[in-house]
Design a protein around this ligand. Structure first.
Ligand code: NIG
Ligand code: FE
Length: 390
C-alpha cells in the first residue's frame, strides 16, 4: 500500500498526551505524520520520520485532527431567514419555529433532502469537518422520520433518531399520543436506520418523564441515548442524561451546581453549541465551570435552519474561546477529541498510529490561529480516511 508523509509540521496536534509537550493536545513541534491506506501509521518528530512513497512538506504550517461535529440537524428543506431577521429585531427564539421547517421538509423530495445534506457537508468539509453526526426531527410522522434517517445514512454512520424534537402539529391536542407514536410504531420504523436516540427535553417540547420514556424505549431497541438538555431553561435534561449514561448532554446552557457536578462525575459528555447562542442572542454556556468540575466538553455546530445555521467548526472554536471561557487548546481538543468522546469513538479525533487518517492542514503556524484569526479561511488541505478531499 502507498505511504504518504506530511513533514515539517510547525505544530502538530495529536491529542495524545503521551506525545510531544505532554499536554492533552500532545503538541509536537516540527512534527510529521505517515498515512497508509485509510490509517495513520506513524506520528513523531519530522527528523525521525520513516521513508515513504510520497512526501508533502507542510513548510511551517500546523496540522490538527479533522473536526468531529457530533451534533447537527442537516435533513431539512427551506430556511428561516424571516425568523432570524425577527430575532435580530428583538424577538426571542422559540422552539415552535421548528414547525416551519417540518412543513418544508415534508414537502421536499428525497433527492432535494439528500442534496441539501450533501451541500452542507461539503461546506463543513471545506472547513475541516471529517466526521459528523446528524439527526431526523423535521418529519415527525413515521414515514417522514424513517425517510430522514435513510437519507442521513447515505452520508454518515452517525445517525440519530429525533422523532421527539417537538410534539408533531398533527398531535397538538394529544401530546401523550405523540409520545406513544415516538416510542411505538415510529421507533419500530426508525431503529434499523439509526445508532442514537435523542429527545428535546425542554418546556414546550418534552418534559423529564416523557424524555425518560422515549430514551428508555429507544435503548430497548438498541439505540444509545443522547439528549438536548437545558438549552432554553433550567430543567431535568442533564440529570436524566447522566442517570441513563447518555453519551452526551447537548447545549448545557442553563445549569445548576448539581447539574455541573453530575457532568463532572459521570461519563456523559457536555456538548456545547455556541452557534446556537450566537444566532439566538442567548446567554453563553459556561465551559470554564464545566471544565473546572472535571466534565468532558465537546464543541459542535448544531447546524440547523432555526437556531444555528452554521456548518463551521472553526467559527464555534472562536466563539468558545472568546465567550465561553475556553483556552484555544481546550477548544481545539473539544472540537476534535471531545466530539469523538461524545460519539463514543476512539478511532477519530486524534493523530496517532491506528487512528483513521483524518487531518487538517492549516494556513497558520499553530492551531491557536483558529481562535486568534476568527472568520479567516485557514483550512488549506483536508484528508479523510487517508484521502485528500480538500
Ligand atoms: O438544537 N433545540 C432543538 N433543536 C434545535 C433547533 C431546531 C430549530 O430551531 O429548527 C437546536 O437548537
Ligand atoms: Fe440541536
Amino acid at each position: 500500500m502507498t505511504t504518504t508523509a506530511v513533514t515539517h509540521i510547525a505544530s502538530l496536534v495529536t491529542n495524545d498526551p503521551s506525545l510531544g509537550n505532554g499536554t492533552p493536545l500532545g503538541l509536537i513541534q516540527d512534527g510529521a505524520v505517515v498515512i497508509e491506506g485509510d490509517r495513520i501509521v506513524w506520528t513523531g518528530e519530522s527528523s525521525k520520520a520513516p521513508d515513504t512513497d510520497n512526501v508533502l512538506d507542510a513548510a511551517g504550517r500546523a496540522v490538527i485532527p479533522g473536526f468531529v461535529d457530533s451534533h447537527s440537524h442537516l435533513v431539512f428543506a427551506g430556511d428561516r431567514t424571516e425568523e432570524f431577521n425577527a430575532r435580530m429585531s428583538g424577538q426571542p427564539y422559540r422552539a415552535g419555529g421548528i414547525r416551519t421547517t417540518v412543513a418544508a421538509t415534508r414537502a421536499a423530495t428525497d433527492e432535494e433532502l439528500s442534496a441539501n445534506v450533501a451541500r452542507y457537508l461539503a461546506e463543513a468539509l471545506r472547513q475541516g469537518t471529517t466526521t459528523f453526526e446528524t439527526k431526523s426531527g423535521y418529519g415527525l410522522t413515521v414515514e417522514d422520520e424513517a425517510r430522514a434517517l435513510r437519507i442521513a445514512g447515505r452520508h454518515t454512520d452517525e445517525v440519530t433518531y429525533l422523532g421527539a424534537h417537538i410534539v408533531s402539529p398533527d398531535y397538538a391536542d394529544d401530546p401523550a399520543g405523540y409520545v406513544d407514536l415516538v416510542t411505538g410504531p415510529m421507533l419500530e420504523a426508525c431503529a434499523p436506520h439509526a445508532r442514537w436516540i435523542d429527545v428535546f427535553c425542554e418546556q414546550g417540547a418534552f418534559d423529564g418523564d416523557q424524555a425518560r420514556a422515549i430514551l428508555t424505549a429507544g435503548r430497548a431497541k438498541g439505540l444509545h441515548p443522547r439528549i438536548h438538555a437545558n438549552q432554553l431553561s433550567y430543567g431535568p435534561g442533564v440529570q436524566l442524561a447522566v442517570e441513563l449514561d447518555a453519551a452526551s448532554a447537548d447545549h448545557c446552557t442553563h445549569l445548576t451546581d448539581a447539574d455541573v457536578d453530575a457532568l463532572g462525575q459521570g461519563s456523559t459528555v457536555a456538548t456545547l453549541l455556541p452557534g446556537a447562542e450566537f444566532s439566538t442572542r442567548a446567554t453563553w454556556p459556561d465551559a470554564r465551570r464545566l471544565l473546572d468540575a472535571g466534565a468532558t466538553v465537546a464543541l459542535s455546530t448544531d447546524c440547523n435552519p432555526g437556531s444555528s445555521f452554521t456548518s463551521s467548526m472553526p467559527f464555534c472554536v472562536a466563539l468558545a474561546v472568546r465567550d465561553m471561557g475556553m483556552t484555544p487548546d481546550e477548544a481545539i481538543w473539544s472540537a476534535t477529541a471531545g466530539g469523538a468522546a461524545a460519539l463514543r469513538r476512539t478511532d477519530i479525533g486524534r493523530i496517532t498510529p491506528g487512528a483513521r487518517a483524518d487531518l487538517v492542514l492549516l494556513d497558520a503556524p499553530s492551531h491557536v490561529h483558529l481562535a486568534y484569526r476568527p472568520g479567516v479561511p485557514l483550512v488549506s488541505a483536508v484528508w479523510r480516511s487517508g484521502e485528500r478531499v480538500v
